[in-house]
Design a protein around this ligand. Structure first.
Ligand code: ADP
Ligand code: MG
Length: 342
């Protein structure tokens, strides 16, 4: 075959291969967009594990009518405009790839209203890369994205989807991660019209612990110690599981860097080391921790799904984490933890 450029829809579908693995990945991208839009409340409704339908409605800043088609175009973003912006990006998104990727492998409807627009507008895609002009639609301030029939036009991908229950499990875990990343944002999840999770904005410490209990379980919430430590421009805070609450698997470990959940070897290592003296071999600690630092000191552009980050000064971060956690754990007296959530 001679060399020739790929058709745009195929380019999007290839990109979708990286960011859209299953319904849970769609929910992750859409929720991140809602958070970036400053939403205070987000409603997530899904059907059949998200394969049949995912609908996410937020009360964020909305998208102007004349930008709706752009929102679905590849590499179009309102979040960065230069390399300088990229190097200190504070938003969750910045690649301008999620919506076009999702739109290329589903039937997507984007409906939005900005504060000054007076009414809403809607645009729809059916797996292609062309869209009709926006149509007027009743919508309160904010955005609703509906994604139906995921992978309807990519049979090879559809085959890799698991049972409704498994897909919903993955999706629910994404919602949990997001719920722990922004206590101030109200979040509700329903599956097949049944309410599964209902979290009102958590504005104070008691409400935060309450949310931790709802998301991670009451037993965990009763066996955590609060961490809040600051040094050298780094801040670590959150909930550290007491050694008495160790687990057989590393399945309750939430770590956020500037509000973005990450899995990182350096972080895991620092945490493991801090717990080394207080946990039995083969047991895993549980924690919900937040690291805040100057965005210019982390590179979030290491992976399309952004699960990985690179720290500019990894040694400094590692030592800060280890020292902070080690000290908290070493200072624990038997039976100590925070008071149970009411
Ligand atoms: P990115 O998030 O990387 O910018 P996306 O493809 O996810 O790329 O979204 C493209 C653009 O659409 C965003 O930059 C934003 O301007 C707009 N957008 C998407 N979702 C929302 C939303 N829920 N509320 C407001 N604007 C949104
Ligand atoms: Mg995005």
């Amino acid at each position: 075959m001679p060399i020739s450029p790929l058709p745009p829809q195929l380019v999007n579908q290839i990109a979708a291969g990286e960011v859209v693995e299953r319904p849970a990945s769609v929910v992750k991208e859409l929720l991140e967009n809602s958070l970036d839009a400053g939403a205070a409340n987000i409603q997530v409704d899904v059907e059949q594990g998200g394969v049949r339908r995912i609908r996410i409605r937020d009360d964020g800043s909305g998208i102007p009518k004349d930008e709706l088609a752009l929102a679905l175009s590849r590499h179009a973003t309102s979040k960065i405009a230069s390399l300088e912006d990229l190097e200190r990006v504070a938003s969750l998104g910045f690649r301008g790839e999620a919506l076009p990727s999702i739109a290329s492998v589903s039937r997507l409807t984007l409906t939005s209203a900005t504060p000054d627009a007076g009414s809403g507008w809607t645009i729809r895609g059916d797996g292609g890369d062309r869209f009709e002009a926006p149509m007027p639609a009743a919508h309160p301030e904010g955005t609703t994205v509906e994604v139906r029939d995921l992978f309807f036009n990519v049979p090879a991908r559809r085959k890799f989807l698991r049972t409704e229950r498994t897909e919903f499990g993955h999706l629910e875990e994404v919602v949990r991660r997001i719920a722990l990343s922004r206590f101030r944002v109200g979040l509700a999840l329903s599956h097949n019209r049944k309410p599964m999770l209902q979290l009102s904005p958590a504005m104070n410490e008691a409400a935060q612990l309450d949310r931790v209990a709802k998301v991670c379980g009451q037993t965990f919430a009763e066996q955590v110690v609060r961490v809040d430590h600051e040094a050298a421009g780094l801040r670590l805070h959150g909930f550290l599981g007491l050694p008495t609450y160790s687990r057989s698997q590393a399945d309750l470990q939430y770590f956020y860097v500037n509000g973005r959940m990450v899995r990182d070897r350096l972080i895991s290592h620092a945490v493991r080391q801090a717990y080394q003296d207080v946990l039995f071999h083969g047991r895993h600690p549980a924690f919900v921790l937040y690291l805040e630092l100057d965005p210019a000191l982390v590179d979030v552009n290491a992976h399309p799904a952004k699960h990985e980050v690179r720290f500019r000064e990894s040694r400094l971060v590692h030592d800060f984490l280890f020292r902070s956690l080690h000290k908290v754990l070493a200072d624990l007296r038997p039976g100590e933890g925070v008071a149970p959530a009411r």
